[in-house]
Structure formats: C-alpha cells, structure tokens
Design a protein around this ligand. Structure first.
Ligand SMILES: [Zn+2]
Length: 376
C-alpha cells in the first residue's frame, strides 16, 4: 500500500508555512516506459514529487530548500504565466516552473527531468499536444546538459536512450535516428543497446507512441523460442475495489460515502474503496478498504458489477470491482462510521440524491439502485 504523510513546510522565499503531502513508500507493478516513466502506482504519487507554495508559487522538490536564483525567477512574467497556464494540468505547470528555476540555476540535467515529468503528467491527463511540447523542450534541454558536460542519467548511454525516446515521441524521427547513429558505437551496456535497437524498429515503423521496457525484453524472449507469452507481455491495468454500503435510516435509503483526502478528486465525495494489494483476494481488499476508511464491517458483501471504461480514472488504466452491502436497520443504527486512512470525512447520504461524486462513482450508484430496485 502507498503510505502517505502530511507535513507543514515553511517556504524559504515567502516564509509562509503550508501543508504538503509526502509519500513514504509506494508499490509499483510492471515495467517503466522507455523514457523511464514509472508504472502505476508510483506514477499516481507524482503529485508528492514537487511542492508548490500556495502563497508565492515557488515550485521545488522541497520549498524549504533555498535556491538564491529562485527569488528573481518566481517574480518574472514568464514564470507567473507558466504557473497559471490553463491549457496545462496544474501539476504539469509545477514541474514546468521548476524547470525554469533549474535552468536559471544552470542545472540543465534537473531541468531535463522536470520537463520530462511534466510530459508524464500531461500523458496521464490526456493532454497529448502539451505532452509533445514538454518532450520537445526536454529533448532540447538534454542536449544543452550534454554540451555542458552534465550527466542526465546513469549508466553511460542511458541519457542517449532517453533522448531518443523524447525525440521519437515528439515526432522528430530523423533526429532520433541520428542520435542513435552518433552514440551507438560508444555504448557497451547490452541492455541499452537492446533498447536502442527496439527504438530503431519503432522509428522504421513511424511509431511515435508510448512503449515500455517490458516490450524490449519480451521481444527478446520470443526470439529465444519461448512458446507461451508470459502475462508480463500484456499491459496490465491497476485493480481497485469499491464498496456501496446501503442502509435504511430514518425511512430513507442511505449510502455511506467518504470525502477524499488525496488527489485526484481531493475533497470530493466518493464510494469507499481503493487499490487491491498484490495477491490479495478481492473481497478481502473490499473489506479492508471499507474498514480502513469508515470503520464499517458488514456481514455480507455481494459483487455488484465491474467498471473499466477507458479514462474513468485520471491516474491511468484502472478497473474497479464494485461490491454492494445492505445493512439491516438494527445494524445500521449501531454502526458509527468514522473517517480513517484516505478519508477526510465519512457520512450517510440519500441514495436517490447523492452529492457530486469522484471518478465514475455516480454510475456505480446507479447500478446499485438498479440492483436494489430503488428509484429511477
Ligand atoms: Zn512561498
């Protein structure tokens, strides 16, 4: 499970203290993309990789960490425009602003990563034009870093692999091909050479899409004569469970909802639920999440439906198995739900008139009403 902490940090520029979320540990499943973009669930913790001071707009890994050049940059028109650029996701703007400060500090390697990370945020928000611009900027910044003798990534050759992917995915196929040709003979690392060969094959096919390292090594296994492709060959979704708890209270059908403590949909009401732990039985996960977030333990859970519409979760490809629990009047009266873990608040709401809900949870409630033949 992802461990989340909250801390107060004093901004070194404006000296105002604000609350930020930190991530203690996050599980990751699967291989990174060719540009090292991590798989879920690590990727959904990206919001904690950067802090944006709500008072002065200083964007840094840690706003308490002083950077003398930042004072001037934060007050420029260019910085303020980027900070509030409505055409980009807010989190992408934070990374792009951080890149402006890194650039001013002469840290072109850090600026390359901040621009690349901005592209990842745009990828996840479906802002593909903006992702392309971020990648072009990252490719240019990486070249500047190399000219100035700054190492962008280890080991030797991996920054070439990154450059090639940035160029290919921003449509500069000829430049990508040239970048491979210029360095290929100097690279000794066998894995990086395999990645570059895989890139060459993609470039030959005019393929500008996202690919993962799993594909590079799966390709190899196939050529070794493996007959059955292992499951790692297929991209896998993240799996979540959601639990609709319904109870008759004061002559009304009520549903138990939690207020989300974290992004995405921070502050929004939602059905209790969360990610299934590796190898955890589904119903156990449903009971665990319900207990952690609301302190409720219903006697019986039934599977309601599975929700997997593309784009239902802004963090990426997520499939949710929804459960339904109907509490008896007597049980409902004795239950005292209390917020915990990822929930800020918990409460009973009219099943027929719930508040606006996160993700596709309105759809899940519609299924629950139908299953219970209530309303509609
Ligand atoms: Zn500040």
């Amino acid at each position: 499970m992802t461990t989340v902490t909250e801390k107060r940090v004093r901004c070194c520029l404006c000296e105002v203290e604000s609350k930020f979320t930190g991530i203690g540990s996050a599980q990751s499943a699967g291989f990174p993309d060719l540009d090292t973009r991590p798989p879920e669930m690590v990727r959904s913790t990206m919001f904690a990789w950067i802090q944006r001071c709500p008072e002065c707009g200083y964007c840094a890994r840690d706003v308490a960490e002083p950077r003398p050049e930042a004072v001037d940059i934060v007050n420029t028109k260019e910085y303020k425009r980027q900070l509030n650029d409505q055409t980009y996701p807010k989190l992408a703007n934070s990374f792009l602003c951080r890149a402006l400060i890194d650039f001013a500090c002469g840290d072109y390697s850090a600026a390359t990563w901040a621009l690349t990370q901005a592209a990842w945020v745009c990828d996840d928000s479906g802002a593909s034009d903006q992702a392309l611009v971020c990648r072009q900027q990252a490719a240019n910044m990486l070249s500047v870093a190399k000219e100035r003798g700054q190492q962008v990534s280890e080991p030797e050759g991996s920054s070439t692999a990154l450059l090639v992917d940035l160029l290919r995915r921003s449509g500069r196929l000829d430049d990508a091909r040239k970048a491979i040709a210029a360095k290929r003979d100097m690279i000794a690392d066998g894995n990086i050479l395999r990645v570059l060969d895989f890139q060459t094959a993609l470039i030959d096919k005019n393929d500008m899409l996202c690919h993962t390292l799993a594909e590079v090594f799966a390709e190899e296994k196939r050529s070794e004569g493996d007959r059955m492709p292992p499951p790692e060959d297929y991209q896998r979704p993240s799996l979540t469970v959601d639990v609709v708890v319904v109870a008759p209270i004061d002559g009304q059908h009520k549903v138990l909802l939690v207020q989300r403590k974290h992004s995405p949909f921070e502050g929004c009401w939602a059905i209790p639920g969360g990610f299934v732990d590796p190898h955890e039985p589904l119903e156990d996960a449903a009971r665990r999440e319900l207990r952690e977030e609301t302190g409720t333990e219903p006697a019986r859970l039934e599977q309601l439906h599975t929700f997997g519409a593309p784009g239902r979760d802004p963090r990426g490809w997520t499939i949710s198995v929804a459960y339904l629990a109907v509490l008896e009047v007597r049980v409902a009266q004795s239950v005292q739900p209390h917020a915990g873990d990822d929930a800020a608040e918990v409460g009973w709401f009219d099943l027929l008139a719930p508040p606006p809900l996160a993700f596709d949870h309105a759809d899940i409630l519609a299924h629950a009403r139908k299953a219970l033949a209530i309303g509609d």
